[in-house]
Design a protein around this ligand. Sequence first.
Ligand SMILES: C[S@@+](CC[C@H](N)C(=O)[O-])C[C@H]1O[C@@H](n2cnc3c(N)ncnc32)[C@H](O)[C@@H]1O
Length: 250
Amino acid sequence: MSAFTEANRKAFDELATIYNTKPWQQALSAQFTKELHTRRAWLGLTANSSEGSKLLDYACGTGVVTKALGADFTTIRGIDISEKMVELYNAAAAQSSGDERPVAVVGDLLSTPHSASLAGSEWRDFDLAVICAGFHHFESPGEAVQRLVERLRPGGQLLIVDFLPFDDEVDRERKLREQMEHTHGPGHDFPDMTHTIKHSGFNEAQMSEFYTAAGLTDFGFNLAAEASSMELKNGKVERWMFFAKGRKAA
Ligand SMILES: C[S@@+](CC[C@H](N)C(=O)[O-])C[C@H]1O[C@@H](n2cnc3c(N)ncnc32)[C@H](O)[C@@H]1O
């Protein structure tokens, strides 16, 4: 695991204890859920599509994607590098009532070599793989798309939910943090996560390029109905969520 990925693992393990405890975090999760749910038809998910179908919730965290889209799939698997996030995911999954419960494991498909535990057939041939709010935390996003595409069945789809570019905001946060630490010492109640962000958002052209390079077709891209608000280490910010889909050749 690279030093950057290790920093993500550590930061999200620590964040897990307060994940979804603050009103703005709950509002953001509810927004992801609602926006994902309203895109079921756009993704071709229908009441009849669930028989034998498989969902991969990659960088699953506590399972926002699983909760929003899980009812459309028979088999649901989550993967995350943070052990604490995986524990929260599996605790929530234990409460679910379907025939087959969702299961998440600790793993990293993006490192070389990949986690050995993800080598089996159980971790292949997904109908849909989704990365929600994880893509801007990955070291090499183009490579991440390729690694996820390898896990799709022919004709399967990749969906990435992330944010439009927010570079100014990250720069502002870094500067404010430096100032705060210099004058007052760290004091705000949300941890600084700027060191876990490799790319400050993506635009449609960048996403289309990643998807085309990975051989995906039927590219689709759209934005959430409203901006998303977050209360980060140094104050309130607004970001725009996007949804990017593409299909592996049949
Ligand atoms: C902002 S959270 C999003 C979690 C969840 N998908 C959601 O929407 O609430 C980002 C997640 O990405 C995970 N992550 C970061 N780098 C990863 C990697 N290389 N492989 C798997 N998971 C990773 C983190 O541990 C964290 O749980």
